[in-house]
Design a protein around this ligand. Structure first.
Ligand SMILES: [Zn+2]
Length: 69
């Protein structure tokens, strides 16, 4: 059993996969490579996660940061 405290990987709060929220292809489809294929159940999960206003705010601030310039 790996030590969770020392091996924490960034888990996306939207889709639950291992990456930062800022790197989520579901949240930021413009980052996705051409061969990226969405999974319907993950897309649904992301949609549900974004009903959380706190998370939505985080996504919006990331998007804004990216969008400027
Ligand atoms: Zn994600």
């Amino acid at each position: 059993m790996p030590d969770v405290a020392t091996t924490t990987k960034p888990r996306c709060p939207c889709c639950g996969q291992i990456h930062r929220l800022a790197r989520c292809f579901y949240v930021f489809p413009e980052l996705a490579p051409e061969d990226f294929k969405e999974r319907e159940h993950i897309r649904a999960k992301v949609k549900e996660a974004l009903l959380d206003p706190k998370l939505l705010k985080e996504v919006e601030s990331l998007r804004r940061r990216r969008g400027s310039n």
